[in-house]
Design a protein around this ligand. Sequence first.
Ligand SMILES: C[S@@+](CC[C@H](N)C(=O)[O-])C[C@H]1O[C@@H](n2cnc3c(N)ncnc32)[C@H](O)[C@@H]1O
Length: 190
Amino acid sequence: MNALEHFFCSSSFWRCFCERKMLPWVLAGNRPGEHVLEIGAGYGAGTRYLENSCARVTALEYDPRSVLRLKRRNNRGLANVVCGDGTKLPFAAATFTSATAMLVLHHLKSEEQQNQMLAEAARVLRPGGVFVGFEILDSRLNRVIHVGSTFTPFAPEGTIRRLTAAGFGNVSMDVRSAAFRFSATKGRVE
Ligand SMILES: C[S@@+](CC[C@H](N)C(=O)[O-])C[C@H]1O[C@@H](n2cnc3c(N)ncnc32)[C@H](O)[C@@H]1O
């Protein structure tokens, strides 16, 4: 991430937006169950909301600087904070009842890595577990904002196909002007 993204993602404005608008929209109609995995938790803008929504939260983040801040912020000790890579999740299969990826997929360097993260989310979810995500659309503005950072757009057009290939079913999407949400359910394992 570049300096602008670090500033924005650690701001109280973004935390308020996540708690009041984005997460209620993304989670609407989905039951997170008792153990949610937050992939790419960043500075924890959504972590407290998730802590208040289900019994156990595991917040996984790639960037050690954000992990330190997340651990300091987490003085209530509710979330288990883990430093790791969402494309190689350090968890056993079928560990979680739900998983989230908010503004994370576009930070991966290639479509292959994005597909790998989708497959990993499917692997660590229990059968029937829910995966929800929030992504921004490709635009000139978003490309400018990500100068010096990574921006591999995750397009809504391929989302159903890619989630299905990763092992999800029951995919739904809702595209707004500049962003979209998706939700999907891990298919039953025979
Ligand atoms: C734009 S931030 C969003 C953070 C948080 N979800 C939020 O909404 O505030 C994207 C985050 O994804 C993290 N990230 C990037 N690649 C990752 C990976 N391979 N595994 C886990 N997290 C990753 C980045 O370090 C960054 O904290």
